[in-house]
Design a binder for this molecule. Structure first.
Ligand code: UDP
Ligand code: MG
Length: 136
């Protein structure tokens, strides 16, 4: 039985800065994701703070929000069977050092903070995150 889902992917500033967005987009296409919507934007620190509110209590929160708002990002609405989990698998572990071979973070990530991509971690959060960037 099919279980089509949508999830949010972000190509983070470190990857956009290195001009990796086309390479990363082809990885999604080659793995049967449909890019339903996408846009390149540069968010403010205030917006990053709202987006990452779930991490408010973490020691890395401030740096994380500064980082996500430090340069342009590409946000995408991805669609596939089991898209949330499939995207997490394709991304790999949060720390590129721990990520499996072939994953996006292994291939492109620089460090635990500059790890090139974001992906929603549940169907519920995917809805919230997609609304944050794509609700008009
Ligand atoms: N992060 C960080 N330091 C840490 C843990 C996380 O800078 O010790 C950053 C990293 O960019 C990560 C983001 O915070 O992608 C969100 O953390 P989360 O644990 O949700 O990891 P993810 O879901 O992105 O794998
Ligand atoms: Mg997360």
């Amino acid at each position: 039985m099919s279980n089509i889902e949508q999830t949010l992917s972000i190509i983070k500033p470190d990857a956009v800065e290195r001009n990796l967005q086309d390479k990363i987009k082809s990885e999604f296409i080659n793995n049967d994701f449909e890019i339903v919507e996408e846009k390149k934007i540069h968010i403010s620190k205030d917006e990053a703070e709202i987006f990452y509110k779930v991490h408010e209590s973490k020691p890395f929160y401030k740096d994380l929000c500064e980082y996500l708002s430090s340069g342009p990002i590409v946000v995408m609405r991805l669609q596939k069977d089991n898209a949330v989990l499939e995207n997490r698998k394709l991304m790999g572990a949060t720390n590129p050092k721990d990520a499996d071979d072939g994953t996006l973070r292994k291939k492109y990530g620089i460090s635990i903070d500059k790890n090139s991509v974001h992906g929603s971690d549940s169907v519920e959060n995917a809805k919230i995150e997609l609304d944050f960037f794509f609700k008009d």
